[in-house]
Design a protein around this ligand. Structure first.
Ligand code: FES
Ligand SMILES: [Fe+2]
Length: 355
């Protein structure tokens, strides 16, 4: 069960909207990181520890002055590249006085940071979710702190049968738990797919209120998880009997892209970023407010359950044997990929569900 945090990976550190021309700190994978946006609009990320006596540069009275970070303890001053440009009491700045830089990329409204060896950072490996920042889509979002290890959130999101029980009255209906899933693993691309197509299902309040559809629906859930961080649920809601046209267009359906960025804060806590993008009612503030409030409620139901699980796991001796069944196939595949990324397990280690 225990998965340590994979390094040499991209993680979502923040929403672009969170980073302005001021100091912003967040711990990612146990590393305290300082973020800020230059006057030119570029996001920079460095260690949040002054090289002198470790004072956190995010901590007042440290401050940002004209695109330079001034340490609030003795005044070491750093430029956007992390190099120290001034120290007190002498004109010569030690050559090694430089904050450790983090590769950082802003794309799709997300701030991605590379955790690991900066020389290995490859931007082309960042998984994309372009609808979060594209015309034709409207997105609501939030982030909830989770006092549980990130792998518990991965388990949770890969097995949506829990919607029926944990989220009844919001997004859960009987059909979610009763409809079998199909799972596919693309080891080369590093993606786990889990699909559940409900062709005649009750419409939960989450979709009834937002789409206005009455009666029963076709509800498709297609999960695409790119470990370790980005989880996308392609949700298709349509009248019963409606299917996409052969050319891929799908005019009768409502599409909702539910995206999570699963970012470890520490070994036992997680930043639970959630986003809901839709391709309908784009300017309807009532729908935006409803989806934001409803999804946050659903996320907090998961947070409450996972916080309990973390305490249970922390308080019991090692060696508890879980029992897995068919619904866990996607979660088990994700665990194998994460373990491999963390260097714990060989490729294709067996982990079959009990039948
Ligand atoms: S700790 Fe930052 S200048 Fe001394
Ligand atoms: Fe959930």
């Amino acid at each position: 069960m225990s998965t340590t945090i994979p390094r040499n990976q991209w993680y979502v550190a923040a929403y672009g909207s969170e980073i302005g021309n001021e100091l912003f700190a967040r711990t990612i994978c146990d590393e305290p990181i300082l973020f800020w946006r230059t006057a030119q609009g570029a996001v920079v990320a460095h260690s949040d520890r002054c090289v002198h006596r470790r004072f956190p540069l995010s901590q007042a009275p440290s401050r940002l002055v004209d695109d330079k970070v001034v340490c609030g303890y003795h005044g070491f001053t750093y430029g956007p590249d992390g190099r120290c440009v001034a120290v007190p009491g002498q004109t010569k700045v030690p050559r090694t006085a430089r904050l450790a830089p983090y590769p950082v990329v802003e794309v799709d409204s997300l701030i991605w940071v590379w955790i690991g060896d900066p020389a290995l950072a490859d931007e082309t490996r960042i998984p994309r979710a372009s609808y979060l920042d594209a015309p034709g889509w409207t997105t609501v979002r939030g982030m909830e702190p989770l006092a549980a290890r990130f792998s518990l959130l991965v388990d949770n999101l890969l097995d949506l049968s829990h919607e029926t029980y944990l989220h009844g009255g919001y997004i859960g209906t009987p059909e979610v738990a009763s409809t079998p899933i199909t799972t596919e693993v693309d080891d080369d691309a590093g993606v786990v797919y889990v699909s559940r197509h409900m062709d005649d299902a009750e419409c939960p309040p989450f979709y009834r209120e937002s789409t206005g559809l009455q009666g029963r629906i076709a509800r498709w859930q297609d999960i695409e998880y790119t470990p370790p961080c980005l989880y996308k649920l392609h949700s298709r809601i349509a009248p019963v009997g409606s299917v996409p046209d052969p050319d891929g267009s799908d005019p009768d359906a409502f599409h909702v892209e539910v995206v999570y960025a699963i970012t470890p804060e520490t070994e036992h806590s997680t930043h639970d970023f959630w986003m809901v993008a839709r391709d309908f009612a784009l300017d309807d503030q009532r729908v935006s407010d409803f989806l934001a409030e409803n999804n946050r409620t659903v996320v907090l139901q998961d947070v409450e359950a996972l916080d309990v699980l973390e305490r249970v796991i922390a308080s019991e001796p090692a060696g508890y044997q879980e029992l897995s069944i068919n619904i866990d196939t996607g979660g088990l595949a994700a665990r194998r990929m994460l373990a491999r990324m963390a260097g714990e397990a060989p490729r294709n280690a067996p982990a079959a569900p009990a039948r």
